[in-house]
Design a protein around this ligand. Structure first.
Ligand SMILES: CC(C)(COP(=O)(O)OP(=O)(O)OC[C@H]1O[C@@H](n2cnc3c(N)ncnc32)[C@H](O)[C@@H]1O)[C@@H](O)C(=O)NCCC(=O)NCCS
Ligand SMILES: Nc1ncnc2c1ncn2[C@@H]1O[C@H](COP(=O)(O)OP(=O)(O)OP(=O)(O)O)[C@@H](O)[C@H]1O
Length: 202
């Protein structure tokens, strides 16, 4: 059965998880690139071994897992190190995404990825949905959620495709700057349309 794939994207803190949680409640399977990005650096993985070889053992916590806060501080302050990490992890993440998409069973499947357009993952998708908020809200919501500084979030935003470019590439745009309930009401309308599109493809 051919699969109808919705690419869901948005910058850090825009609301991808809030959106995909709701779609999951509708019975839609979610393939989440951020979740996969953690799986490919689990203890014992090739990914983690290469990171420890490159950055040194001090990049590991006492239990042998990756010190994510330390790696985040390094890569978003040093573009060359970020490129090195992206070159290592993005092919591994892409392979796992393809595998997860191939196994999906729901009416349609969502590929949620912050770097969907940056990594041209939209080419795997039938349709794309951008969850969008102004940068000030990305900063406010991410600092509150993660307990990180505005400067750290600004560095991450600077490493992502500018909002206007993403808006130009997306098929649909979901404004999440108001109350979440309003966003989810609009999402429900989009979801009905996606069910129809997926059905028509069969
Ligand atoms: C640097 C790491 C260890 C920091 O981990 P941490 O737990 O603090 O953050 P988390 O993984 O939850 O990511 C939070 C957000 O940061 C942004 N982000 C993460 N990696 C990148 C990147 N390479 N470039 C731009 N933005 C990124 C995304 O918006 C993401 O949703 C981690 O983000 C990582 O391994 N990044 C490289 C893999 C990657 O590109 N992941 C993005 C999904 S493809
Ligand atoms: N409409 C909204 N109003 C207020 N808070 C919101 C709204 N939407 C999401 N949030 C909150 O903002 C934060 C960021 O949302 P979410 O985690 O869904 O973003 P994300 O795009 O998945 O982020 P990341 O790229 O970092 O994984 C969360 O704490 C979430 O509860």
């Amino acid at each position: 059965m051919a699969k109808w794939i919705l690419g869901l994207t948005g910058g850090i803190g825009a609301g991808k998880t809030a959106i995909s949680d709701e779609l999951a409640r509708f019975g839609i399977e979610i393939v989440d690139a951020d979740v996969i990005a953690r799986q490919v650096v689990q203890p014992g993985s090739v990914g983690l071994r290469q990171i420890a070889a490159h950055f040194g053992k001090a990049i590991l916590l006492a239990d042998g897992s990756l010190d994510r806060a330390q790696l985040r501080a390094i890569i978003f302050a040093d573009a060359a190190q970020k490129t090195w990490l992206n070159n290592l992890l993005h092919p591994l993440i892409r392979t796992q995404i393809l595998e997860a998409l191939a196994h999906s069973q729901s009416a349609y499947v969502v590929l949620s990825a912050p770097l969907l357009f940056e990594n041209k993952l939209q080419t795997l998708c039938n349709h794309t949905l951008l969850v969008d908020v102004p940068v000030e809200l990305q900063l406010a919501r991410t600092t509150q959620r993660d307990g990180v500084t505005s400067e750290q979030v600004e560095q991450i935003i600077a490493a992502q495709m500018p909002r206007e470019q993403k808006r130009a590439l997306a098929d649909d745009i979901l404004d999440n700057s108001g109350a979440l309930a309003d966003t989810l009401a609009k999402l429900k309308q989009y979801h009905q349309g996606y069910l129809l599109k997926a059905q028509q493809q069969r």
